[in-house]
Ligand binder design. Structure first.
Ligand SMILES: [Mg+2]
Length: 267
């Protein structure tokens, strides 16, 4: 049938699956996930059933080939729309960048597709944002240079995170920010206030600033969920995801799939 993507994988009797022939831009995990969606909807099993709508599941075809003692080969055929969705919904934990990904810079204005995603998917979520402006402001105030009033305070950042979580209808979201500031010119790290607790120690520590992986590791440890993805709009976001060895999806790609897929609906 036309307009179908075909993936094939080998399923071992131990339950492991191995790459055979995966479509371009998809992994064996995507192929397996699409197969799981179809099977789960047949049996109406959570958690995958929620990710499909019946008329599309009818278009997913799963062929089990004859195997041997070690396992068997499975071929999965499904329309592009199903593959696109599977690429987004297969994770347990979503770590989003804030500025340019969820909201316009310095505002609480949500970007296109964000409301639809959060109205449909209720998975564990973290917002991980570099807010080096807080660190630069501290440096300016301490050493008396520049214009600190033009930069955010900790309270401004925290209030903004709270406001965004409220707008998303998800006050359970873990909001984390890095305040460490590094001079682009010299590479020098700015001074940090003396820390009295672990939370603030981390927020001011260079290892939390993307492209370092600190905030991503913290989010996974917080939720105890390690099947995670980072969604962001910058090279720093991608580097942090690579450093933590989790998947990365560009915000543009992620939310353009959300916007064109009728599965994702505004409440
Ligand atoms: Mg950004």
């Amino acid at each position: 049938m036309a307009n179908r993507i075909i993936g094939t994988y080998w399923k071992g009797n131990s339950g492991r699956y191995h790459e055979r022939k995966t479509p371009k831009n998809y992994s064996v995990h995507d192929v397996n996930f699409v197969a799981q969606i179809a099977k789960a909807v047949d049996a109406w099993e959570p958690p995958y059933a929620q990710y499909a709508i019946q008329n599309e599941v009818d278009k997913i075809e799963i062929i089990h080939h004859r195997g041997d003692a070690a396992g068997h080969e499975i071929t999965v055929k499904a329309p592009q729309s199903v593959w696109d969705r599977a690429k987004l919904v297969k994770y347990d934990l979503y770590i989003f960048d804030l500025d340019g990904t969820i909201a316009k810079k310095y505002t609480t204005d949500l970007l296109p597709g964000v409301e639809e995603w959060f109205a449909t998917i209720h998975a564990a979520t973290a917002l991980a944002t570099n807010q080096g402006g807080v660190g630069l402001r501290y440096w300016m105030e301490k050493d008396g240079f520049g214009n600190p009033d033009g930069l955010p305070t900790i309270k401004i950042v925290e209030d903004r995170l709270d406001e965004i979580k409220k707008k998303l209808g998800r006050e359970d979201i873990l909001g984390i920010a890095s305040f460490a500031y590094q001079s682009k010119k010299s590479g020098e790290w700015g001074p940090t206030p003396e820390q009295t607790d672990r939370w603030n120690y981390l927020r001011w520590h260079p290892s939390w600033r993307k492209p370092q992986k600190g905030m991503l590791a913290y989010a996974q440890a917080h939720y105890q969920l390690f099947n995670a993805v980072m969604i962001g709009d910058s090279v720093e976001d991608e580097k942090a995801a690579n450093a933590e060895d989790i998947d990365f999806i560009l915000a543009d790609e992620f939310f353009s799939i959300v916007r064109k897929d009728k599965f994702f609906k505004k409440e």
